[in-house]
Design a protein around this ligand. Structure first.
Ligand SMILES: [Zn+2]
Length: 171
C-alpha cells in the first residue's frame, strides 16, 4: 500500500511505500518454510515465535533504493543461512587483531570480503529506523524512546563514532 507523506529519510513530501523495519529479504532468510520455523521476536517483556514483519509507510521509493544499495543487499548476501555464512567464513580465514579462549576481534577493514562501509551503514540504518519512526508492533501499548539521528537522507556516523559488529555462530 502506498500513502502520501513526508519521507523520514529525505524529508520530501511524496508517495511513501510500505517500508520494512528489518528488510524483507532478511525476514525471509530467518524462516524455514520446509519446517515452518519462524523468527523469534524479542521485545520488552517477552519473546515469541512470529511471522509478523514490522512495516509502515515510512520511506519514499528512492530512499528504499538507497537503503537497499547501502547495506541491505550486502548484508543479505553475507548473513547466516542453514548451509552458508559468508561473513563468518571470511572472518575465519583472516588473522584476528585480538583473541583469547572466548573472544576474537578483527579489524574489519583488513579482512578480505568484509565491506565495513556496507555493514556499518546497515547497522546504523536499523538503529536509525527504530529512532526515526514509531513502527506499529503487533502488540499494542509498548512505548519506545525516540533518538535523534541523521537528516536529509544522511545516515552518517560522526568521525569519532565507532560501530562494533558482533558475528555469532550458533552450534
Ligand atoms: Zn525519501
Amino acid at each position: 500500500m502506498t500513502l502520501s507523506g513526508q519521507c523520514k529519510l529525505c524529508s520530501q513530501t511524496t508517495t511513501l511505500v510500505d517500508s520494512h523495519f528489518i528488510p524483507a529479504s532478511i525476514y525471509k532468510v530467518c524462516r524455514d518454510h520446509t519446517s515452518n520455523q519462524n523468527a523469534i521476536a524479542v521485545t520488552r517483556g517477552f519473546a515469541k515465535i512470529s511471522t509478523h514483519e514490522i512495516t509502515d509507510n515510512v520511506f519514499c521509493l528512492e530512499c528504499e533504493k538507497r537503503l537497499n544499495e547501502n547495506g541491505e543487499s550486502w548484508v543479505h548476501l553475507n548473513i547466516a543461512r542453514p548451509n552458508e555464512f559468508l561473513l563468518q567464513e571470511n572472518l575465519q580465514r583472516a588473522t584476528p587483531a585480538v583473541s583469547n579462549d572466548v573472544f576474537v576481534a578483527y579489524e574489519g577493514r583488513s579482512v578480505p570480503g568484509i565491506d565495513v562501509a556496507q555493514l556499518g551503514y546497515f547497522a546504523l540504518s536499523v538503529f536509525w529506523r527504530g529512532a526515526a519512526h514509531e513502527w506499529p508492533l503487533d502488540h499494542k501499548g509498548e512505548k519506545t524512546e525516540r533518538l535523534s539521528f541523521g537528516a536529509e537522507g544522511a545516515i552518517r556516523p560522526k568521525s569519532e563514532d565507532k560501530v562494533t559488529v558482533q558475528v555469532q555462530a550458533c552450534h
